[in-house]
Design a protein around this ligand. Structure first.
Ligand code: AMP
Length: 183
Protein backbone atom coordinates (compact mmCIF):
# COMPACT_ATOMS: atom_id res chain seq x y z
CA UNK A 1 0.00 0.00 0.00
CA UNK A 2 1.19 3.51 -0.84
CA UNK A 3 -0.26 6.34 1.26
CA UNK A 4 0.29 10.05 1.07
CA UNK A 5 -0.53 12.22 4.06
CA UNK A 6 -0.89 15.99 3.77
CA UNK A 7 -1.88 18.89 5.97
CA UNK A 8 -0.63 22.24 7.22
CA UNK A 9 2.21 22.41 9.76
CA UNK A 10 0.77 21.40 13.14
CA UNK A 11 -2.10 19.31 11.71
CA UNK A 12 -0.61 16.17 13.24
CA UNK A 13 0.34 14.46 9.99
CA UNK A 14 3.68 13.20 11.37
CA UNK A 15 1.98 11.67 14.40
CA UNK A 16 -0.71 10.01 12.29
CA UNK A 17 1.86 8.83 9.73
CA UNK A 18 3.81 7.04 12.48
CA UNK A 19 0.67 5.31 13.78
CA UNK A 20 -0.42 4.22 10.28
CA UNK A 21 3.10 3.04 9.40
CA UNK A 22 3.11 0.78 12.43
CA UNK A 23 -0.40 -0.52 11.90
CA UNK A 24 0.03 -1.36 8.20
CA UNK A 25 3.74 -2.16 8.33
CA UNK A 26 4.71 0.72 6.02
CA UNK A 27 7.99 2.58 5.68
CA UNK A 28 7.41 6.08 7.05
CA UNK A 29 9.14 8.57 4.75
CA UNK A 30 9.14 12.02 6.32
CA UNK A 31 11.07 14.43 4.13
CA UNK A 32 11.46 16.80 7.12
CA UNK A 33 13.09 13.97 9.15
CA UNK A 34 15.33 12.96 6.23
CA UNK A 35 16.48 16.57 5.75
CA UNK A 36 17.11 17.02 9.50
CA UNK A 37 19.23 13.89 9.52
CA UNK A 38 21.22 15.19 6.52
CA UNK A 39 21.84 18.41 8.50
CA UNK A 40 23.03 16.36 11.51
CA UNK A 41 25.39 14.40 9.25
CA UNK A 42 26.72 17.66 7.79
CA UNK A 43 26.17 16.40 4.22
CA UNK A 44 26.17 18.81 1.27
CA UNK A 45 22.41 18.32 0.87
CA UNK A 46 21.94 19.11 4.57
CA UNK A 47 24.03 22.25 4.28
CA UNK A 48 22.02 23.40 1.28
CA UNK A 49 18.70 22.69 3.03
CA UNK A 50 19.50 24.20 6.41
CA UNK A 51 19.03 27.91 5.72
CA UNK A 52 15.69 27.33 3.97
CA UNK A 53 14.43 25.17 6.82
CA UNK A 54 15.53 27.53 9.58
CA UNK A 55 13.61 30.35 7.91
CA UNK A 56 10.49 28.19 7.44
CA UNK A 57 10.84 28.21 3.65
CA UNK A 58 10.69 25.20 1.36
CA UNK A 59 13.89 23.53 0.22
CA UNK A 60 14.13 23.78 -3.61
CA UNK A 61 12.08 21.26 -5.61
CA UNK A 62 15.12 19.90 -7.46
CA UNK A 63 16.75 18.87 -4.15
CA UNK A 64 13.59 17.10 -2.96
CA UNK A 65 12.93 15.45 -6.30
CA UNK A 66 16.40 14.01 -6.68
CA UNK A 67 16.33 12.82 -3.06
CA UNK A 68 12.91 11.16 -3.49
CA UNK A 69 13.69 9.73 -6.92
CA UNK A 70 16.47 7.50 -5.57
CA UNK A 71 14.68 6.81 -2.26
CA UNK A 72 11.46 5.66 -3.95
CA UNK A 73 13.32 3.50 -6.41
CA UNK A 74 15.17 1.77 -3.55
CA UNK A 75 11.90 1.20 -1.70
CA UNK A 76 9.77 0.27 -4.69
CA UNK A 77 8.72 -3.12 -3.30
CA UNK A 78 7.71 -1.77 0.11
CA UNK A 79 4.52 -0.29 1.48
CA UNK A 80 5.07 3.41 2.08
CA UNK A 81 3.58 6.43 3.76
CA UNK A 82 4.84 9.74 2.38
CA UNK A 83 4.72 12.49 4.99
CA UNK A 84 5.57 16.05 3.94
CA UNK A 85 6.05 15.28 0.26
CA UNK A 86 4.88 16.47 -2.24
CA UNK A 87 4.65 20.04 -0.97
CA UNK A 88 4.45 21.88 -4.29
CA UNK A 89 2.80 21.29 -7.66
CA UNK A 90 6.16 20.54 -9.38
CA UNK A 91 6.87 17.96 -6.64
CA UNK A 92 3.42 16.37 -7.17
CA UNK A 93 4.06 16.22 -10.92
CA UNK A 94 7.53 14.79 -10.30
CA UNK A 95 6.09 12.16 -7.96
CA UNK A 96 3.58 11.09 -10.64
CA UNK A 97 6.43 10.67 -13.11
CA UNK A 98 8.51 8.66 -10.62
CA UNK A 99 5.60 6.37 -9.73
CA UNK A 100 4.70 5.91 -13.40
CA UNK A 101 8.26 4.88 -14.22
CA UNK A 102 8.17 2.39 -11.32
CA UNK A 103 4.74 1.16 -12.44
CA UNK A 104 3.15 2.12 -9.15
CA UNK A 105 0.31 4.23 -7.90
CA UNK A 106 -0.86 5.99 -4.76
CA UNK A 107 -3.68 4.14 -3.01
CA UNK A 108 -4.90 6.90 -0.69
CA UNK A 109 -4.25 10.64 -0.37
CA UNK A 110 -5.17 11.78 3.12
CA UNK A 111 -5.55 15.49 3.85
CA UNK A 112 -5.80 16.48 7.51
CA UNK A 113 -7.42 19.89 7.93
CA UNK A 114 -7.37 22.03 11.07
CA UNK A 115 -8.29 25.68 11.69
CA UNK A 116 -5.49 28.24 11.65
CA UNK A 117 -5.75 29.34 15.32
CA UNK A 118 -5.63 25.73 16.57
CA UNK A 119 -2.56 25.14 14.42
CA UNK A 120 -0.61 28.14 15.66
CA UNK A 121 -1.38 27.21 19.31
CA UNK A 122 -0.28 23.61 18.76
CA UNK A 123 2.95 24.71 17.10
CA UNK A 124 3.79 27.22 19.82
CA UNK A 125 3.23 24.43 22.39
CA UNK A 126 5.41 22.03 20.40
CA UNK A 127 8.10 24.73 20.15
CA UNK A 128 8.40 24.81 23.93
CA UNK A 129 9.28 21.10 23.95
CA UNK A 130 11.07 20.41 20.67
CA UNK A 131 14.05 22.75 20.46
CA UNK A 132 13.61 22.65 16.66
CA UNK A 133 15.31 25.62 15.01
CA UNK A 134 12.19 26.26 12.89
CA UNK A 135 9.79 26.36 15.85
CA UNK A 136 10.00 30.07 16.72
CA UNK A 137 6.81 32.14 16.48
CA UNK A 138 8.04 34.13 13.48
CA UNK A 139 9.06 31.01 11.58
CA UNK A 140 5.81 29.24 12.53
CA UNK A 141 3.80 32.07 10.95
CA UNK A 142 6.00 31.97 7.84
CA UNK A 143 5.54 28.20 7.51
CA UNK A 144 1.76 28.68 7.54
CA UNK A 145 2.03 31.32 4.79
CA UNK A 146 4.28 29.08 2.70
CA UNK A 147 1.80 26.23 3.19
CA UNK A 148 -1.13 28.30 1.92
CA UNK A 149 0.77 29.67 -1.05
CA UNK A 150 2.67 26.60 -2.28
CA UNK A 151 1.27 23.45 -0.65
CA UNK A 152 -2.49 24.04 -0.46
CA UNK A 153 -2.69 23.94 -4.31
CA UNK A 154 -1.45 20.33 -4.15
CA UNK A 155 -4.84 19.43 -2.60
CA UNK A 156 -6.43 20.55 -5.90
CA UNK A 157 -3.90 18.47 -7.81
CA UNK A 158 -5.23 15.34 -6.06
CA UNK A 159 -8.79 16.61 -6.13
CA UNK A 160 -10.41 13.37 -7.29
CA UNK A 161 -8.68 11.07 -4.85
CA UNK A 162 -8.36 13.24 -1.75
CA UNK A 163 -9.75 11.99 1.58
CA UNK A 164 -10.39 14.95 3.87
CA UNK A 165 -10.02 14.22 7.58
CA UNK A 166 -10.98 16.59 10.40
CA UNK A 167 -7.78 16.95 12.46
CA UNK A 168 -9.40 18.67 15.45
CA UNK A 169 -9.61 16.20 18.36
CA UNK A 170 -7.42 13.71 20.19
CA UNK A 171 -4.76 11.68 18.38
CA UNK A 172 -6.94 8.56 18.78
CA UNK A 173 -10.02 10.29 17.38
CA UNK A 174 -8.17 11.46 14.30
CA UNK A 175 -6.64 7.99 13.78
CA UNK A 176 -10.05 6.34 13.95
CA UNK A 177 -11.47 8.82 11.42
CA UNK A 178 -8.69 7.79 9.02
CA UNK A 179 -9.13 4.07 9.70
CA UNK A 180 -12.87 4.28 9.13
CA UNK A 181 -12.11 5.16 5.55
CA UNK A 182 -9.04 3.17 4.62
CA UNK A 183 -9.60 -0.08 6.48
P1 AMP B 1 8.41 19.07 8.40
O1 AMP B 1 9.20 18.29 9.39
O2 AMP B 1 7.63 18.21 7.45
O3 AMP B 1 7.58 20.14 9.05
O4 AMP B 1 9.48 19.85 7.47
C1 AMP B 1 10.38 20.77 8.03
C2 AMP B 1 11.00 21.62 6.94
O5 AMP B 1 11.71 20.78 6.00
C3 AMP B 1 10.01 22.41 6.07
O6 AMP B 1 9.63 23.63 6.66
C4 AMP B 1 10.86 22.63 4.82
O7 AMP B 1 11.83 23.64 5.00
C5 AMP B 1 11.61 21.31 4.69
N1 AMP B 1 10.85 20.33 3.87
C6 AMP B 1 10.31 19.14 4.27
N2 AMP B 1 9.68 18.53 3.26
C7 AMP B 1 9.83 19.35 2.18
C8 AMP B 1 9.37 19.30 0.84
N3 AMP B 1 8.63 18.27 0.37
N4 AMP B 1 9.69 20.32 0.00
C9 AMP B 1 10.44 21.35 0.44
N5 AMP B 1 10.87 21.49 1.69
C10 AMP B 1 10.58 20.49 2.56
Amino acid sequence: MKLLIMGPPGAGKGTQAKILAEKFNLVHLSTGDILRSEIDKGSSMGLEAQSYMNAGNLVPDKVLLSMMDSTLENLKDKGLILDGFPRTIPQAEGLSTIFKSLNQKIDYVINIYVEKDVLINRLVERAEKSGRADDTKEVIVNRQKVYHKLTAPVIEFYNNEIINIDGDGSIEEVTSRILNIIE
